[in-house]
Design a protein around this ligand. Structure first.
Ligand code: GLU
Length: 305
């Protein structure tokens, strides 16, 4: 069994990230598996210099370890380009010159809104044989979209059980700038690193059917996926800046000990009583993903800080 921690260095790691990494780490270590660290630093301008180094420091401070060398997505661009090339050649992906605004205008009916924006109406399907042909015909740089031929990709989630896997619209696998989209990079990497188990927060659930289609189209073996409830603020919304500073750095600056923070994460997940202090390895023995609470986790710091 091989799991992975995959931080995106777009900001400081917060309680929500730490909770996901704790569970991914425990899932692997409790089964005697390995855990890898991959820095997902391809998200263009959102990637902050320093954030990758700080993420590594934060994970170490929390007491999490990993096996082998740290992999950075920015070093693997050629692999993503090669996979994209294979998908164009096999007719599974096509160049698309539509702007976001054009896609929004074309998908005017509200029910056309998918999980991450308007559903692509297929305007560029079959229009251009290559990226260069698209550029010559329109003067625009083209993105690449994956052609989705099904409405559902059912799968069995390791935490949620059987899911319908609804999928709407052709999705981008390579951006206009030539860089890979998250969906493609994560599939190419998880396959190349032989990851068998992906554990992540359920805000990424809509991505899973897309990734399963990419695995199949690239003839790669898909990992098992487990999606755990998102960590939210007191208002029930995804933990964000407006909920105050919940970054690990901030807790550390307040003099909070790693064992107190880790114990608090274990409490938030329903694995230990409130006020427990513990180290990651102390949770390994009796860790069972099925014991995790099923409702969204409130990233509440009352009684802890
Ligand atoms: N890098 C992604 C994030 O931090 C996680 C990707 C994944 O687990 O597939 O949201």
């Amino acid at each position: 069994m091989i799991g992975r921690l995959a931080p995106s260095p777009t900001g400081a790691l917060h309680l929500g990230n730490a909770r996901t990494f704790m569970l991914a780490w425990l899932q692997a270590r409790s089964q005697g598996g390995s855990i890898l660290l991959r820095i997902e630093d391809i998200d263009g301008p959102r990637v902050k210099l320093q954030a990758a180094t700080e993420a590594i420091e934060d994970l170490r401070w929390l007491g999490l370890d990993w096996d082998g060398a740290v992999v950075c997505q920015s070093d693997r661009l050629a692999s993503y380009a090669a996979a994209a090339g294979r998908l164009i050649q096999s007719g599974r992906a096509y160049p698309c010159v539509c702007t976001r605004k054009e896609v929004e205008d074309a998908a005017s009916a509200p029910h056309e809104v998918g999980d991450d924006g308007p559903v692509y109406p297929g305007t560029c399907r079959g229009r251009f044989p290559t990226l260069m042909a698209a550029k010559e015909a329109t003067g625009r740089d083209a993105a690449l979209r994956f052609r989705v031929a099904v409405g559902e990709v059912p799968f069995v989630d390791g935490f949620c059980g059987p899911l319908g896997g609804r999928i709407r619209g052709d999705f981008v696998i390579q951006k206009r700038c030539g860089g890979p989209a998250y969906q493609l990079a994560v599939v190419v990497d998880d396959a190349a690193q032989c990851v068998t188990d992906v554990l992540r927060a359920d805000d990424l659930l809509p991505s899973t059917p897309r990734q399963l289609l990419l695995y199949a189209a690239l003839n790669l073996r898909a990992p098992r996926f487990s999606h755990v409830p998102l960590v939210v603020g007191e208002d029930g919304l995804r933990l964000a800046k407006r909920h105050g500073d919940t970054s690990l750095r901030w807790f550390r600056a307040q003099g909070v000990a790693a064992a107190a923070l880790f114990g608090h994460l274990a409490f938030l997940c329903g694995l230990r009583p409130q006020g427990t202090r513990c180290l990651p390895r102390e949770l390994v023995l009796d860790f069972d993903l099925a014991k995790l609470s099923r409702s969204p986790v409130r990233g509440d710091t009352t009684g802890f800080c």
